[in-house]
Write a protein that binds this ligand. Structure first.
Ligand code: GDP
Ligand code: IMO
Ligand code: MG
Length: 434
């Protein structure tokens, strides 16, 4: 059986959640491998909207969800989300959710440090202030708390002391209020009996699933341009968002990951700071934002909008291992007289066809735009390629050609089945590389 990894191919919010939900119909397990509740994944099913942050998007279909070791797990946020889902009739019990015992914990002190770091930065990154970056810092600093520690109260207290000693030195140095062990420890111990029933040897579960021919969808959060290695550093998140991250962040051999489906809008958005070469300011940018409903799922922040950048998408596809593309939100471009693709960059007057590594150079890039005729007919809810206006089909084909990756799906509305399927991602036949 083939698995599929779903990776954000731009700056996040491409519609990964709804693609994962669609794929989950034919899968047995949906596994998250990176990020935490900085993510916001939206599903719309029969007019009802589900906003997920930590829970894998398969839970709405009742599919077994896995939270891998690569996820930064805020236990308070998880329990609140489980409560919100229950109110929508989705009951997340240990029968349908397993959490890696080695997942790192996000604590209140991480949220405070995230806010303090942002305040201190000459140029803030525009983080989600969820404490994700500082929690990952503690993980690689080898002082993090993990899910399995919740079962060992004495050890937990000792580890928390070490962690606080480290951070309080920094907080005191800045004249900020240090964190006390209490009430953080008692809050953690109070949550432990609610979290521990979900704890599992996820690596073994995934290995058994593979041996018995089950199919897994690995659900990425964030996106290649926010990847800590491959994104527009330092304007990135702190985890590995790419397909390779699914292997290390879920605990499965890279050779067993299967196909990699990169998700991209037919235009582009970015939330938070950092370079965005194809950004469109002014009335046109506002129109994209309004038509696309481009506001953060959990933070409500307006997203910056622009044209699809095929140079970025091509480079991101190579480093992230993307085999096929899912293009989302085609309907948002309905009614524009002209639409554009960014097909190259100019750097200090010279044409280049790659994204430079240096932040300073990225900030100086000028987009080379290719114009396409828009279309006036609505594509909203269209489910067959032949029903698309020829101009929309021409845009999709141009994206395939510029990026060099075949398009597997195009979505035409937020509802679960508002999609045109060109090449079912689970099929083993070779994807057409153009
Ligand atoms: P994710 O983080 O990648 O899962 O994406 P988000 O949920 O943050 O943002 C995607 C937004 O676009 C959500 O509000 C979706 O409901 C919406 N959406 C997804 N696909 C489509 C589509 O094809 N058309 C329209 N109009 N909206 C869509
Ligand atoms: P999904 O999974 C869009 C951005 C933040 C900020 C940067 C670092 O819904 O696509 P962090 O809090 O992670 O330290 O913030 O990353 N960011 C996202 N942008 N979608 C997301 O998730 C994001 N998660 C983080 O805006 O620029
Ligand atoms: Mg999102």
């Amino acid at each position: 059986m083939s698995n599929v990894v779903v990776v954000g191919a731009q700056w996040g919010d491409e519609g990964k959640g709804r693609i994962v939900d669609w794929l989950a119909e034919k899968a047995d397990i949906v596994a998250r491998y990176n990020g935490g509740h900085n993510a916001g994944h939206t599903l719309v099913v029969d007019g009802r909207t589900y906003k997920l942050a930590l829970l894998p998007s398969g839970v709405v279909r009742g599919k077994l969800g896995v939270i891998g070791n690569g996820v930064a797990l805020d236990p308070e946020a998880l329990l609140a989300e489980i409560g919100r889902m229950a109110a929508l009739g989705v009951h997340v019990t240990p029968d349908v959710l397993r959490i890696a015992e080695t997942a790192t914990l996000v604590l209140p002190v991480h949220r405070a440090i995230d806010a303090a770091q942002e305040r201190l930065r000459a140029k803030p990154l525009g983080t989600t202030l969820r404490g994700i970056g500082p929690a990952y810092e503690d993980k690689v600093g080898r002082r993090g708390l993990r899910v399995c520690d919740l079962a060992e109260p004495e050890l937990l207290a000792a580890k928390l002391d070490v962690l606080l000693e480290h951070h309080n030195a920094w907080l005191r140095g800045l004249g900020l209020e240090p964190f006390q062990r209490e009430p953080m420890l008692s809050d953690l111990l109070a949550m432990a009996p609610k979290i521990l029933p979900f704890k599992a040897r996820v690596w073994q579960l995934l290995d058994d699933a593979h041996s018995s021919g089950k199919r897994v969808v690995f659900e990425g959060s964030q996106a290649v341009m926010l990847d800590v290695d491959w994104g527009s550093y330092p304007y990135v998140t702190s985890s590995s968002t790419i397909a390779a991250g699914a292997a290390s962040g879920a605990g499965i051999a890279a050779s067993k990951l299967g196909r990699v489906l990169g998700v991209s809008k037919v235009y582009a958005t970015r939330v938070g700071e950092g370079p965005f070469t194809s950004e469109v300011d002014g009335a046109l940018g506002d129109l994209l934002r309004q038509r696309g409903g481009e506001y953060g799922v959990n933070t409500g922040r307006p997203r910056r909008c622009g044209w699809l950048d095929t140079v970025q998408l091509r480079q991101s596809s190579k480093v992230a291992g993307i085999d096929l593309l899912a293009l989302t939100k085609l309907d948002v471009l309905d009614g524009f007289d002209s639409v554009y693709l960014c097909v190259g960059y100019e750097l200090d007057g010279e044409r280049i066809d790659y994204m430079p590594a240096s932040d300073a150079e990225q900030q100086r890039l000028q987009p080379v735009l290719r114009r396409f005729d828009g279309w006036q007919r609505t594509t909203r809810g269209v489910r067959s390629y032949s029903e698309l206006p020829p101009q929309a089909a021409a845009l999709i084909e141009a994206i395939e050609q510029e990026v060099g990756i075949a398009v597997a799906m195009v979505t035409t509305g937020p509802e679960r089945d508002d999609a045109i399927v060109l090449r079912p991602p689970f099929e083993d036949a070779d994807g057409r590389k153009v």
